[in-house]
Design a protein around this ligand. Sequence first.
Ligand SMILES: [Zn+2]
Ligand SMILES: [Zn+2]
Length: 272
Amino acid sequence: MEGLLTFLGTGTSMGVPTLGCDCEVCTSADPHDRRLRPSVLLRWNEVVPGGARERIVVIDTGPDFREQALRAGLTHVDAVFYTHAHADHIMGLDDLRPLSFLSFRESGPIPLYASAETTATLERVFDYTFSPDATYPNRARVELKPLAESNPVHDVEFVRVPIMHGHMKISGFRFGGVAYLTDVSSIPEASFALLEGLDHLVVSALRHKPHPTHATVEQAVGWARRIGARHTWFTHIAHELGHEKTNRALPTGMALAYDGLTLSVELSTANL
Ligand SMILES: [Zn+2]
Ligand SMILES: [Zn+2]
């Protein structure tokens, strides 16, 4: 079964251009150098009696989610997966409201899959949505769901891939032949077993200079070589990396992703 994976944003937490910066990349005329906060969208058609239903899953809803959803023409969301609770990954949660109002009657609240740590932060930041005492009438119709090792959404399995973000253990995800690992600074040995036989690896690569909680391009290239996916795409990119110049120096089969890039992906593991 085929699906489409779209990069809604490929920038680091501050986005590119970065406010107040006049560097070469922040002032670049190349549209590939404009990066919203990191998120991806997966869509596929589920076969249902009498036809097919388009299913849509989003990974992270950062502060640019509204703009990204407009660009992608989103009219519904079947589920959201959260990698961790930093602002650049969660602050657009409230913009799920209009989509949740539309789908609530037919399919109930939109499920939001998050680890226990991420759930605790989401409940605190969005207490007017999640508190049992919440009375705000226009709160999002969403429901936090504990993240299991494998999480089915209709007919696609989303497998949690534990990764490290500095000292925080956060979640990457594998679905079919794709893995999405953002905000990673190291990959635990046990997680490499979940990354075998990949067609597309998406992994974060901040810049060349080391950072305490994010991989450099060089580290990310090292993991990409070991994992050996057919294609590797880098995301969560800071303004130190110009699109064209960085891509010219990358090994074959590896490239910086960019906002709007859409890949055709295999979602059933049987055909890999
Ligand atoms: Zn981030
Ligand atoms: Zn982060």
